[in-house]
Design a protein around this ligand. Structure first.
Ligand code: UD1
Length: 420
């Protein structure tokens, strides 16, 4: 297993390009199942999760051609299998996103039941109940969700008990080909859902209320292919901004957007960062100052994203003062604090709240990545630690951060990958 060795040092400083969004690319790739003609998706990030989704589509028989510029052409007409097998689903829970589109277009879908993961139990009950409301018959058999709809899906009025990103995406992709009108209430409003809806509309779908908590979808008979570029990755953007803030540095990020990161940018300003933005760039400068600890609570968009919580916990660990971080989305998502404490942080855990008292510097230690965003927090902590930190199990990082060591090196960090 590869490891990262990071020698903590001074501030990071420089310019890099932000990659396409992983969490937007995954549902958009699943949406290609809905198209009657080939689709071309551009600005795809080069990440393990994307490779897994492409492998899944290929395993079902779709024709997938990836070019060196990370554009992918997909033709769903060659589909042979309506199954997402255990081997692929177990490596990536987002495989569940093929359920809605496969059922809507082909009337049949078998998807291995995704288990829990390090950050929590992560059920998919809302995905399944929404599809049932649209007329699907669903059984769970030998670890597989087996869904059928003989006469096609029918529009429905469905209220989601919990705001769920994946649930909203799955049901939206099912509803675009369902007969009649579907209303999805208490829908998630994350920018990635807007990106998916924009792509579906470019394919001919009729969706009202995009970006709001009520999505109204008028089903159409068929969808055609289009060319679509996925949006920039707001979590990658936020991670590099937070790394610059924690190290008292400066960073300019290109090919990104500030309008999808408001809650994060406000918190960074509260921490003392000077932020400038343009149409497609964001610059953060700490002017050499130590950040001030901030308090935050995660919640669905537009509130503070759970996917940025770990990085802020690491920044708070070396900030001036005390901050509390409350995690409300996933039950076990503060696990990174144990590794941060091993590096000399002063963090107490009370239920779903981390109480962080900043220390001047951390100390290097061997640490282990436990999930994607927790790993990013360990990289940030290592940048502000004295000595060489070895981060093990970095396959978690490779799921979500394109070329992290190259990008960090461009910013002047002393980081290298050693094959395990
Ligand atoms: C997506 C993101 C992930 C992010 C999360 C929350 C992708 C590929 N992943 O994950 O990075 O951290 O949104 O912003 O886009 N829930 C239920 N029943 C369901 C579905 C969800 O109870 O049927 C609960 C979950 O356990 C969790 C909460 O709803 O507590 C939110 O989960 P959800 O928004 O569905 O997360 P994902 O789509 O899996």
């Amino acid at each position: 297993m590869d490891k990262l060795i990071i020698s903590g040092g001074g501030p990071i400083d420089g310019e890099i390009r932000i990659s396409g969004s992983k969490n937007s690319a995954l549902p958009i790739l699943a949406a290609t199942l809905l198209s009657e003609t080939p689709m071309c998706i551009g600005n795809m990030p080069h990440l393990n999760d994307i490779t897994t989704m492409l492998a899944l589509l290929r395993s079902m028989g779709l024709s997938v051609t990836l070019n060196e510029k990370m554009s992918v052409e997909i033709d769903a007409n060659t589909i042979r299998e309506y199954t997402a097998p255990y081997d692929l689903v177990k490596t990536m829970r987002a495989s569940i996103l093929v359920l809605g589109p496969m059922l809507a277009r082909y009337g049949e879908a078998n998807v291995s039941f995704p288990g829990g993961c390090a950050i929590g139990s992560r059920p998919v009950d809302i995905h399944l109940r929404g599809l049932e409301a649209m007329g699907a018959e669903i059984d769970v058999d030998e670890g597989y969700i087996r869904a059928r709809c003989k006469g096609g899906l029918k529009g429905a009025h469905f209220f989601m008990d919990t705001v769920t990103v994946g649930g909203t995406e799955n049901l939206l992709m099912a509803a675009v080909l369902a007969e009649g009108k579907t209303v999805l209430e208490n829908a998630a409003r994350e920018p990635e859902i807007v990106d998916l809806a924009n792509c579906l509309q470019a394919m001919g779908a009729q969706i009202e209320g995009v970006g709001t908590a009520t999505l109204t979808i008028h089903g159409v008979k068929s969808l055609k292919g289009c060319r679509y570029d996925v949006m920039p990755d707001r979590i990658e953007t936020g991670t590099y901004l937070t790394a610059a803030a924690a190290t008292r540095g400066r960073v300019k990020l290109k090919d990104t957007r500030e309008d999808i990161l408001e809650s994060v940018l406000l918190k960074l300003e509260e921490a003392g960062a000077f932020i400038n933005t343009g149409k497609d760039w964001i610059e953060l400068d700490m002017k050499g100052n130590r950040p001030k600890a901030v308090s935050l609570k995660t919640a669905p968009y537009p509130a503070f994203p759970t996917d940025m919580q770990a990085q802020f916990t690491a920044m708070n660990a070396v900030s001036e003062g005390m901050g509390t971080v409350i995690e409300t989305i996933f039950e076990n998502r503060l696990i990174q604090i144990h590794e941060l404490n091993r590096m000399g942080a002063n963090i107490k855990l009370e239920g779903n709240t981390a109480i962080i008292t900043g220390v001047e510097r951390l100390k290097a230690a061997p640490v282990m990545a436990t999930d994607l965003r927790a790993s990013a927090s360990l990289v940030i902590a290592a940048l502000v630690a004295d000595g060489d930190t070895v981060v093990d199990r970095i396959y978690h990082i490779d799921r979500g951060y394109e070329c992290i060591e190259e990008k960090m090196q461009l910013l002047g960090a002393n980081i290298r990958r050693v094959p395990g």
